[in-house]
Design a protein. Structure first.
Length: 138
């Protein structure tokens, strides 16, 4: 897909369930990789690990994901790196996105970062998930 991100990486699951995107979902993953992930990796300058990209409906149900998750459309990923808070800040300040979530962790460091990207809906919504509840960040 890009220099640093592969389709295999964006579709991996350890659920044991089928997780194969269709053509439209692959195109969405390509946009996510080309418009967000690779430019983010280039700006950050260090490896970023995608922990969850595309999720089939079955995989999403299995892990308890939202029924409206952008993951199921190939329009979202969760990621980690050596400094998740810095990664979150880079996305927030430098990119247009649909949704950016500081997932769990502490006030200083999220456990992981979620970014959703639908180029037709760049509302730049910023949330924090703590104890299973989402609140808007200002």
């Amino acid at each position: 897909m890009t220099k640093n991100f592969t389709l295999a990486e964006l579709t991996v699951t350890n659920s044991g369930l089928p997780n194969v995107p269709n053509e439209e979902q692959i195109k969405n993953l390509e946009r996510l990789a080309n418009d967000i992930l690779q430019p983010l990796r280039d700006k950050f300058g260090k490896p970023i690990k995608v922990t969850s990209g595309f999720r089939s409906i079955e995989v999403n149900k299995h892990i308890g994901g939202s029924s409206t998750s952008q993951h199921c459309k190939g329009q979202a990923c969760d990621m980690v790196c050596e400094d998740n808070a810095h990664l979150f800040g880079i996305i927030r300040k430098n990119f247009k996105f649909t949704q950016l979530i500081w997932e769990g962790g502490t006030n200083l460091q999220p456990a992981w970062v979620h970014v959703g990207y639908d180029p037709n809906n760049l509302k730049c919504e910023v949330l924090r998930m703590k104890n299973g509840k989402y609140t808007r960040m200002i």
